[in-house]
Write a protein that binds this ligand. Sequence first.
Ligand code: AHR
Length: 328
Amino acid sequence: MRRGGAVLLALVLAGLVLWVPGCRQQETPAEDEDLIVVGVSQVGAESDWRVACSESMKEVFSQENGYRLLFEDAQQKQENQILAIRKFIQLGVDYIVLLPIVEEGWESVLLEAEEAGIPVIVVDRAVDVPSELYETRVGSDFLAEGEMAAAWLEERFAGQSQVSVIHIQGTPGSTAQVGRTAALEAALGRNWNWTLLAQMDGDFTQAKSYEVMVNFLEEHHSPPIDLVYCENDNEAFGTIQALEEYGYVCGAGGVTVVCFDATRNGLRWCMEGRISLVVECDPLLGPLTEQVIQKLEAGETLKKEYNTAQRCFTPQELTEEFIAQRAY
Ligand code: AHR
């Protein structure tokens, strides 16, 4: 019997597993518990990307694949993630998979995991801690994604005398925000004719982005806008909704909207022409995370980072057939 299995079984027999608040109750451990117990702390469900990411984790860490999954949704709160990690430590899981909301603030709890001898795998965004506190990070290169968007925009606006820019940022302090913001800010620094009209927090959600955009348009009496740089698909949906309600046209001949993720909905809006560029960010991180765990099980040495690939989409190249066959 594995360590995670033994501890969980003991807790179940003592009736202690049932108290885990917010933790989706899994099936009772089998008598001969030989499963690998994985505790996953997920940020929340703020975007289509995040929902696809959670599904990917649940699909891969199944009993049929040899795992017992303890999945905690932190509802966008770092303190809930820290509580979840502490519960995983108490339960003695075999692995902790952390999808951190922000980069800062993890050192003490990851030290606790290290002291308990539980390997931590960081997935999606990064953590700012000494590198020995986690095994590896699996996720996107967010700066590279932003640089892809910036390169496309520089070509798109080459020769235009003035470019008025609105920037809708993701959750402050998250690696996805930090990397994508850094790329836009570098482009703003290189292009003296680009003017930043506003930089607003959309928190990676449609609702917040709609709200901040409406407030901006009200306050500034709907000024001319050339470009809106949204840090994910859902922010683009909220922003475009607001712009269209205020009489703007998004797409060719109107406001250029760019965003990140390339979920099916994002690609559909792009195919329709309302989004001019979508940079892909792969949410299906379950299989790669599982491969990392299998490498650890086999005693193999890991790289400190496993990055997914990304590509760009523009309306011209998209078809309904292509979008329909995408997994998310
Ligand atoms: O960290 C990945 C980002 O977080 C995705 O771009 C976004 O949609 C999500 O909420």
